[in-house]
Design a binder for this molecule. Structure first.
Ligand code: NAD
Length: 261
């Protein structure tokens, strides 16, 4: 177990990619601070499962990261609860799909606040703690949309390109502090965020969800399969390993060939 005794904060970990990453880090022995929204009983169940499956300490904080003081508060709460903060995974994110000419300002503001500003604020709060400890790993969950664009996703694509840029800047600044900063750029992952898009498409076209899943994959990925949240968790564990100590400032694709084209 490579992370026994270390503390990992995974934002947006009540669902999807974040939950997969929390499982993978806990399986390596990390104590986990969960964050995100959802049914209180379901979240208590996630806490219990992680703690009993992996023998780690698990807490949960429901702070809203869209508020400007949210990420700093969450980093501080994690540090004071566990006594350290070794791994920060900035994962919480939302989506809205509409053409630029009708894209609502409120949706733009919300996506930039959560998908980009919260990543910056989380890193800003975590870096001094990690420097003080002499070790740290920051993993920002960007997207294939951090590297290339798709229509109707102006705020998301802008935010994710921003995350890749911010990752590189932070990586350079802490390059000799035993801290690495990387961005994971997934292609399609079957999570509630994508299920929503599939339902929307199925409503519009009248096709069923299975047909829409195939169509969605075929539009972007040479490989016609979804990446699993567990696979992203495994990649996060690798980035925390000693073997990855010189991997920094990198946008790492896990996308079925999406950006290879
Ligand atoms: P999801 O909807 O399953 O999970 C999002 C998580 O963020 C949930 O835990 C939710 O409660 C939390 N969250 C939402 N608003 C929040 C807020 N204001 N404050 C705190 N937490 C909040 O989505 P997902 O697909 O697992 O996405 C996770 C990350 O992965 C996102 O950054 C997304 O952009 C990225 N990503 C997803 C895919 C994909 O295909 N699903 C592909 C590339 C990148």
């Amino acid at each position: 177990m490579t992370l026994r005794g270390k503390t990992a904060l995974v934002t947006g970990s009540t669902s999807g990619v974040g939950l997969g990453v929390a499982h993978a880090l806990a399986a390596e022995g990390a104590n986990i601070m969960l964050n995100g929204f959802g049914d209180a009983e379901v979240i208590r169940g996630i806490q219990r499962d992680l703690a009993s499956q992996y023998g780690v300490d698990v807490d949960y904080d429901d702070v809203d990261l869209m508020h400007v003081d949210g990420p700093g508060t969450l980093v501080e709460a994690t540090h004071s609860r566990f006594g350290s903060l070794d791994v920060l995974v900035n994962n919480a994110g939302i989506q809205h799909v509409a053409p630029v000419e009708t894209f609502p300002t409120a949706k733009w503001d919300a996506i930039i606040a959560l998908n980009l500003t919260a990543v910056f604020l989380g890193m800003r709060a975590a870096i001094p703690i990690m420097k003080g400890q002499g070790w740290g790993r920051i993993i920002n969950i960007a997207s294939a949309h951090g590297l290339v664009a798709s229509s109707h996703k102006v705020a998301y694509v802008a935010a994710k390109h921003g995350v890749v840029g911010a990752t590189k800047v932070a990586a350079i600044e802490v390059a000799n502090d035993n801290i690495t900063v990387n961005a994971i750029c997934p292609g399609w992952v079957l999570t509630p965020l994508v299920e929503q898009q599939l339902e929307e498409r199925a409503r519009t076209t009248g096709a069923d969800i299975a047909e829409e899943s195939n169509a969605l994959l075929a539009e972007k990925q040479p490989m016609l399969q979804f990446t699993s949240p567990d696979a992203i968790g495994t990649l996060a564990v690798y980035l925390c390993s000693d073997a990855a100590r010189t991997v920094t400032g990198s946008p790492i694709s896990i996308d079925g060939g999406w950006v290879a084209q």
